[in-house]
Ligand binder design. Structure first.
Ligand SMILES: Cc1ncc(COP(=O)(O)O)c(C=O)c1O
Length: 353
């Protein structure tokens, strides 16, 4: 019913797929955010891997399906598994290595253990940019294991995957192109106003098969130019999320977004270096993307909380709490394309005082 909106959405999705390196048969949909994209990805993976899923759902006599993610994964993975009826008992939170990335040998062991226990390993959710520290799971090695074990690989790239726009991140994140599905969040790294999330599925027919339903009142003639997004997600009536993404790309050009993302990465590194150089402050994790986690040596959790309040009350910066490997501290994340070196230096000066 909105052919122009459909064509614009398709063009945004095709561009996003090209950034990730997905093949031409991929399809996607813009969503209300990363959490909804991951929910829809897992629904698609269920439909793909569970025979007769639309007819019987999970109400059949079969071994429980198991989904694997890391201890650093966003809670939207747990939430999706719980909402879809997988059950939190069947979500394995795999340990991470010293750089907070999923430990692939621990993943392999967990899959073997579940098979030995008669369960059905089904899906792995790797993270490209964990919410706390910005670590990137070893997606290539995880993709190899998923291929070997015949598991669906979803990548939660809500925070990090659009850094693929930047050449310097290609080595770290290139494995995203091998996923069965990926979550992106234009309302993060493309600075779009809320809401603009995105799901891309490598084999677009699987996304459609999971979401398309016939009805007598919604029969629309096939048109090769038209994608009817009611067949690619749970919504029938939808707003025009693609417009703000498309018009920003038209107005500013892709290079503006690439440069803005690279600038936020540089600013995070500047903050990380400043913290490392300041006696009494300790980085809690390497600065991989734009999240910078640190602690004030010897400060209690209450003192860290007070520090956040003070920085906000003095209009210095809005930082958040974090726990990294059991250590409590502060998380700064550069999320605004207008943040400048002066803003970073203001934070460092205030922390030093
Ligand atoms: C790694 C990761 N996954 C998922 C989400 C959820 O995204 P949204 O808030 O768009 O639902 C976030 C958002 O903070 C995130 O950082």
């Amino acid at each position: 019913m909105s052919p122009a909106a459909s064509v614009v959405e398709r063009s945004v999705l095709e561009w996003l797929a090209s950034v990730v390196g997905f093949p031409s048969g991929s399809k996607g949909i813009l969503t209300g955010g990363g959490s909804l994209a991951t929910l829809q990805a897992l629904a698609t993976a269920l439909h793909d891997r569970v025979p007769g899923f639309h007819a019987t759902g999970l109400q059949r006599d079969a071994a429980p399906l198991v989904v694997y993610t890391s201890v650093e994964a966003h809670r939207s993975v747990d939430k999706a598994a719980a909402i879809l009826g997988i059950g939190l008992d069947n979500v394995r939170h795999i340990a991470t290595d010293s750089l907070h990335r999923m430990d692939v040998s621990a993943l392999r062991k967990a899959i073997a253990q579940d098979r030995a226990d008669g369960l059905q390993p089904w899906c792995v959710v790797a993270t490209c940019g964990t919410v706390s520290t910005g670590s990137v799971d070893p997606i290539d090695a995880i993709a190899d294991l998923c291929a070997e074990q015949d598991l669906w690989l979803h990548v939660d790239g809500a925070y990090g995957a659009l850094f693929l726009l930047s050449e310097q991140m290609r080595g770290l994140m290139g494995g995203c192109a091998r996923a069965d599905s990926i979550t992106l969040d234009p309302h993060k790294l493309l600075f779009a106003s809320l809401e603009a999330g995105c799901l891309l599925v490598r084999d677009g027919s699987k996304l459609r098969d999971a979401h398309a339903f016939d009805s007598s009142y919604l029969t629309i003639a096939d048109d090769p130019l038209m994608t009817d997004y009611m067949d690619y997600g749970p919504q029938l009536s939808r707003n025009f999320k693609a417009f703000k993404v498309w018009s920003a790309l038209q107005a500013f050009g892709v290079s503006a977004f690439r440069e803005a993302n690279e600038r936020t990465l540089e600013l995070a590194r500047r903050l990380g270096a400043g913290i490392t150089a300041t006696p009494g402050l300790t980085l809690l994790a390497p600065v991989t993307l734009t999240a910078v986690c640190f602690q004030v040596d010897g400060a209690s959790p209450e003192e860290h909380a007070k520090l956040l309040e003070t920085l906000a009350a003095e209009n210095v910066a809005l930082l958040g709490p974090v726990v990294v490997a059991g250590k409590r501290g502060v998380r700064a994340c550069v999320t605004n394309h207008r943040t400048s070196e002066a803003d970073i230096d203001l934070i460092l000066d205030r922390l030093r005082r």
